[in-house]
Design a protein around this ligand. Sequence first.
Ligand code: GLA
Length: 334
Amino acid sequence: MSEALLSYQSPGRVNLIGDHTDYTGGLVLPMAIDRYTTIRGTRTTSVVRLRSQNEPEPVEFELPNSSPEEVTPSWGRYVAGVAAEMQNRAQGFDGEISCTIPIGAGLSSSAALEVATALALGDTSTPDERAKLCQRAEFRAVGVPCGIMDQLTVASGIRDHALLIDCHELTVSPVQLPNDVKIVVRFVAERKLASSSYGERVVQCAAAEKIIGPLRLAKLQSLASITDKTVFRRARHVVSENQRVRDFATMLHTGDLKSAGKLMIESHNSLDRDFETSTPQMNSAVAAATSQPGVFGARMTGGGFGGCIVILADATAKVDGWQVRAVAGASQLD
Ligand code: GLA
């Protein structure tokens, strides 16, 4: 008798607004998108063996595995990190990964791999717990001190909705996307220096919090006591971005797409000037997109230093790029 084929799928995500706010417990407004990482295979007793259509070398290790950072090839560290965090709950799996999320484009292909892996290894926890486990796995296996946005979005996406996430409370509030808009993602350039510069931003935000307390509670007026100019600008981005997320959610709700688009541009400028995570190419891409008829706004999306821009446009507008739809979070496929 042949073994049952198991298959699990996780979407990628695009963030509409609220970048570099999650690791200080701020607000974000992403959505899971109709691009997927899928893992198909069969249960094994204690070995994890995975091949990927995007990678020349497969990954194979025994369970339990407590040194995910040593696994080769390096893409396998995400897989092993999840297995390590699951400890003795992880069940073996022999399978193949296919992926329609562009890798290194800032659309959370790694979070999708982590969350799909957790499901394949038999995780039965809630989407919140799964997201937290995968966030820890990423830090443990590849050393990126990421926030919770990516894993939580791909684990708990809701069809036709963006997610207003409070990254301190870990509450997810669905925000219905208006029918008369389209969301387009345009790839600009592969991300460079992303993890070291990301870690530096995390440290700078922590430095600001040492002086004025949690940035998620801070007002722009309270930033005056930060004397280091760089730390001041990082904090100004985070505090103003949290407010933009609140306002953007309201504008989507009321259908004020013009104002929503303006906020996206303000967010982009803040990421460029204060947070310095944009690039000249991304700035040109945003300028080009926003000059097209029917475009309400555009901004860099995700960690930055390359990757994609996201564009909010009238449903009838002609916009180059990939139109994406908001979809449900990771799940087992029938
Ligand atoms: C990366 C991280 C997220 C988040 C974004 C920026 O995608 O994984 O946690 O910090 O950057 O918003």
